[in-house]
Design a binder for this molecule. Structure first.
Ligand code: BGC
Length: 460
């Protein structure tokens, strides 16, 4: 079946290669001291300097904000069994009026949820080290100082962009006055995913999310991170690849439907790449294509239903359901008030497959850029590495498309995908645990240096 309206979504492997080359250049721009401020791909230093080595341990609190829910977790890292256990957790919905309200309302809501959890766990007297997964682009100044660059994924709370998120959280807790917290390590969800998978598989040095939004992080050589002092070792970089194309560099692959999705979003011009890939937008792209095909009388005998005419009524989860089987397609079309025949159901399925396959192939192009960069950084002819992955879009769709494209685009890299369970929450605990391990190691090193100096003095 051929539909000319779907052609612009079909990206050849050659085109994907071009996209990957463009991203490579943008990543270099994002890392540069003087080019960073104009770069569409932000390449944000995370101050996470090491992945787990398996000796981490202890009890931690983890906060997780990234979608329509906020979660608090109590996590125990057990060295002997090499595992992280969620002791307990609590979920608080973030209603839409808070997502679009003031920053103060948002952080008061978070502080209230945390208070309830600490009460229920009898943890108010203790000050456990805390990791905060905050899944939005932040300019991190230190591990516990993180300035929100901009909201994405439907959030738009006033007075938070340009502010330190840790400070806003602490202020909200002080306003309550019923408990206090000690240090907070700020983490992006990609970093959390990489770190939690990294505890299971110590070759994991990339984290990728394909969920409501999309993004990836990876371990970069410090000498290439020009905006942070120091040449030795590595640092995890949060690429914020969702912003790829915000400077117009993807104009040639944007379809008329992508442009409508962007124009009618709450953040036009922002996160162009994300809007072609992630769960927040895929359903809407499909809806717009179905509308167009119906207007052209290629579907539903030219009759659009009220539901199909309404923005965001075609949920992203419908795509994977329809890909799963024609029976689901029939059910969903009926629920959307459409009068369909078998050909209609088949066409709708083809539209879903095309949109989800473009998403997977674009992700592959971006991921290939990262793995090949790690390989080149290390001067290796071949690289074997693990990617920690999370997000409903990844988990719900068949991933052979992504893997096939990766094969072609990064032929010198052998990649294992490790699906993270609860990574963005547990990962925040792991970042805190690794930071503690590094601090302890450097204290021990200083002490032993001190002892050597003493011995030296006694000898002379
Ligand atoms: C945010 C990223 C985040 C990604 C996945 C994007 O909208 O900018 O920081 O990692 O969504 O949640």
């Amino acid at each position: 079946m051929q539909l000319k309206h779907l052609e612009p979504f079909r990206l050849s492997l050659e085109k994907l290669k071009e996209v990957s080359t463009r991203l490579r250049k943008d990543m270099i721009r994002g890392l540069g001291k003087h080019t960073h401020h104009r770069a569409a791909v932000k390449m944000l230093p995370t101050f996470v300097r090491a992945t787990p080595d398996g000796t981490e341990k202890g009890d931690f609190l983890a906060l997780d904000l990234g979608g329509t829910n906020f979660r608090v977790l109590h996590v125990r890292v057990m060295e002997e069994e090499q595992k992280m256990v969620k002791m307990d957790s609590q979920l608080c919905a973030i209603p839409q009026e808070i997502m679009l309200g003031t920053g103060e309302q948002l952080f008061d809501h978070i502080a209230a949820c945390l208070s309830e959890f600490l009460d229920s766990q009898n943890l108010k007297g203790q000050t456990l080290p805390m990791g905060f997964t905050f899944s939005f682009p932040c300019e991190q100044k230190e591990i516990d100082k993180s300035i929100l660059i901009r909201w994405t994924k439907g959030f738009n709370c006033s007075g938070v962009e340009g502010e330190d998120v840790v400070k806003l959280l602490k202020e909200a807790i002080h306003r309550r006055g019923d408990y206090d917290i000690s240090s907070v390590a700020m983490v992006n969800d990609t970093v959390g995913t990489m770190m939690s998978c990294g505890y299971r598989d110590q070759t994991c040095e990339i984290g990728m999310i394909i969920g409501t939004g999309t993004n990836a992080c990876y371990m970069e050589e410090m000498k290439n991170v020009k905006r942070v002092e120091g040449e030795d070792g590595q640092m995890c970089i949060n690429t914020e690849w969702g912003g790829f194309g915000d400077d117009g560099s993807l104009e040639d692959i944007l379809t008329e439907f992508d442009k409508v999705v962007d124009r009618t979003s709450i953040n036009p011009g922002v996160h162009t790449f994300e809007k072609m890939i992630s769960g927040m937008y895929l359903g809407e792209i499909v809806r717009l294509v179905l509308m167009k095909l119906t207007e052209k009388k290629l579907l539903f005998k030219g009759e659009v239903s009220e539901a199909l005419r309404t923005k965001e009524t075609f949920e992203t989860k419908f795509i994977s359901m329809i890909e799963d089987g024609l029976e689901n397609a029939k059910k969903i079309l009926t629920e959307l008030g459409l009068t369909w025949d078998l050909v209609d159901a088949r066409v709708v399925r083809l539209v879903c497959e095309t949109i989800s396959s473009r998403s997977a192939r674009l992700c592959a192009a971006a991921l290939a850029t990262i793995v090949d960069r790690i390989r080149a950084n290390r001067g290796l002819p071949h690289l074997k590495t693990t990617v920690g992955v999370d997000g409903t879009v990844y988990k719900k769709h068949p991933n052979d498309e992504l893997q096939k494209a990766m094969h072609f685009l990064a032929p010198d890299c052998k990649i294992k995908f490790l699906v993270s369970e609860d990574g963005s929450g547990k990962g925040a605990a792991m970042v805190t645990a690794v930071a503690q391990r590094l601090a302890l190691q450097s204290r021990l090193l200083e002490e032993s240096d001190g002892e050597e100096d003493e011995e030296e003095k006694v000898r002379s």
